[in-house]
Every structure is written in structure tokens, then in C-alpha cells.
Write a protein that binds this ligand. Structure first.
Ligand code: G3H
Ligand code: 13P
Ligand code: ZN
Length: 307
């Protein structure tokens, strides 16, 4: 099956009140783990690549790995650029075969965010490529944006932004953040704000970034085997399920993949100090990614059997 775009995926997700998982990828084992989970669950999948991942692996390698995955399974898979920082990277990914790109102008002045998003839309749409944009600011660190405080998305601005930029989906800020340290106290999302945005943009697909749950079993496993992850805390799964039923069609997960892999690699190497073949420790790491993603699909995103 060739790569697909998110349009039909999101239309159905919106209608039926579930979300599609967007998983960050940067190597073969991560891609294999995610795709194996999708295949067992018969779930649509979004594989997304950040600028850092693209630099690490090389766009050519990523595209070929994703092509290999497509040949191995019969799943609808979207290849998406995560947090594109400017027009050029979006263009390069569109030209390189991605079916969806994100332009992230959340750190820019409002009018500039609209202008560049519109420029990306004008390049992407004639080529059949989907455009995600972002309005509001998440706390936490990404490669090109670092923000100590979040600025929640203003619903009136969201309507104006979508209308004027022409973006196909919108990432909103309602209390999530990137990374493994999301909440110091109680984990809370601004569901009233989400409901207002959904009411004002009926049928329009919203995106939730920073949506890892930081499973405590991985934090404990990493810490038991030499890690120092302290008070890592993520978004509780029931909050994600609720968001998925309120117009959020795409839920972004990266940190949980990193934790699943690293915790298992630490454990393996700690318990088998004589081993040095990377295949020995990457195999359980890949299996852990698969099991974690399968759990998300089945019990958090609700997108099993939706292909
Ligand atoms: O939103 C950020 C993603 O987790 C990607 O992170 O820029 O370190 O690859 P990265
Ligand atoms: P997490 O750090 O919560 O996994 O967020 C990932 C993300 O938003 C990628 O764009
Ligand atoms: Zn993100």
C-alpha cells in the first residue's frame, strides 16, 4: 500500500470519537515496533519525523525505512514532518514524499505565523499534502523552540487562524508539554477551552502535542538500572481518552517511545554485562516499543480495527 494522507483517517476519527497516534521515529527498530503494533491492532498509523530525527537518520534513510514498512504490512500509514521550523524544511519534506507536514510558527508573532503557514499551504495543497499548524505555545523543550511557560490557545484566534491560513489541522495548547516532566502537581488539561474550540470549529481536526503518559513502570525500570529520571510525570491516560472524544484526532507521542527503549536497554545491559551485540539489546527494546504502542492504540487512542 502506498503512503496515505490524514484526510480520511481524521474524518473517521472525528466522527467516531477516537484519535490516531502520531509516533516519532528516527531508526529502524522504532519504526518496526510501531508498525508491528499497528498491524496487530489493525490501526491507522502516523509516523512523524522531527528536524532532529531527520538530521540524525537522514531523510533518505527514513523514507526508505518507511517504504520497507509499507511493503511488509497492509496498513494506512502517514509520513509526517513534526515541528517544521520554516518553509524550506516543509518544502523539502513535501518534495521528498511526505504526505503531511507541520509548520510550527507557534513562537512567531501571530501575523507571521499565519503568513508562513499560508505559504506552506499554498505549496502543499496542489501536491496533495496535508498541513498542520500550531497556535498557542506548549511549555517544554523542542529542538528549535524552548518555552518555560505555556500560552494556551485563544479560541477566537484559532477560528481566525484556520480561516486565514488555510491549514488542515491545528495543534492547540491546553496544558500538555513536551518531554518527560510535564506536571509538578496535579495533571490538568483545560477541557473547557478544548470544548470551546471544538464548538467554534465543528468537524475540524485538532492535534495534541506533548501527549506522552510517561509510564511509571519504565521510569522505575530505568532508575533501577542506573537511570536518574527522578520525578518524570506525563499526561494521565484517561485525560487523553477524553480529549480524543472531543475533536482531537491526532495525539503525538515521542517521550514514551524513548522511555520504553531506554529502560529496556538499561535493564538488558545491566543484567547481561558480558553482552555487546547491539541486536541483543535492541530486540527487547523494539518489543517494548511494540507493546507500549499496542497498549496506546487499544486503550488510550481507541483506534484498533479502524482501517
Ligand atoms: O516535539 C518534539 C519531539 O519530541 C521531537 O523531539 O526534536 O528531540 O527530535 P526532537
Ligand atoms: P511527548 O514529549 O509528550 O512525547 O510529545 C511528543 C510531541 O509532541 C512530538 O511532536
Ligand atoms: Zn510536538
Amino acid at each position: 500500500m502506498p503512503l496515505t494522507g490524514p484526510k480520511e483517517m481524521f474524518e473517521r476519527a472525528y466522527r467516531e470519537g477516537y484519535a490516531v497516534g502520531a509516533f516519532n521515529v528516527n531508526n529502524m527498530e522504532i519504526i518496526q515496533g510501531i508498525v508491528a503494533a499497528g498491524a496487530e491492532e489493525k490501526a491507522p498509523i502516523i509516523l512523524q519525523v522531527s528536524a532532529g530525527a531527520r538530521k540524525y537518520a537522514g531523510q533518505g534513510y527514513i523514507v526508505k525505512l518507511v517504504e520497507a514498512a509499507l511493503n511488509e504490512c497492509d496498513l494506512p500509514i502517514v509520513l509526517h514532518l513534526d515541528h517544521g521550523a520554516d518553509f524550506q524544511i516543509c518544502k523539502d519534506c513535501i518534495d521528498g514524499g511526505f504526505t503531511s507536514v507541520m509548520f510550527d510558527g507557534s513562537h512567531l508573532p501571530y501575523e507571521e505565523n499565519i503568513a508562513v503557514t499560508k505559504q506552506v499551504v499554498e505549496y502543499a495543497h496542489p501536491r496533495g499534502v496535508w498541513v498542520e499548524a500550531e497556535l498557542g505555545r506548549l511549555a517544554g523543550v523542542e529542538e528549535h523552540v524552548s518555552s518555560e511557560k505555556s500560552i494556551y490557545t485563544d479560541p477566537d484566534q484559532a477560528v481566525d487562524f484556520v480561516k486565514r491560513s488555510g491549514c488542515d489541522s491545528l495543534a492547540i495548547a491546553i496544558g500538555t508539554s513536551h518531554g518527560a516532566y510535564k506536571f509538578t502537581g496535579e495533571a490538568k488539561l483545560d477541557f473547557d477551552r478544548l470544548q470551546t474550540i471544538t464548538n467554534m470549529l465543528p468537524g475540524y481536526p485538532l492535534v495534541l502535542h506533548g501527549a506522552s503518559s510517561v509510564p511509571q513502570e519504565f521510569v522505575a525500570m530505568a532508575n533501577q538500572h542506573g537511570g536518574k529520571l527522578g520525578s518524570a510525570k506525563g499526561v494521565p491516560e484517561d485525560l487523553l481518552r477524553r480529549a480524543a472524544s472531543m475533536g482531537v484526532c491526532k495525539i503525538n507521542i515521542d517521550s514514551d517511545i524513548r522511555l520504553a527503549m531506554t529502560a529496556n536497554i538499561r535493564k538488558y545491559l545491566d543484567e547481561n554485562p558480558e553482552k555487546f551485540d547491539p541486536r541483543d539489546y535492541l530486540k527487547p527494546a523494539r518489543e517494548a516499543v511494540k507493546n507500549m504502542v499496542q497498549h496506546k492504540i487499544r486503550t488510550v487512542l481507541g483506534c484498533s480495527n479502524k482501517i
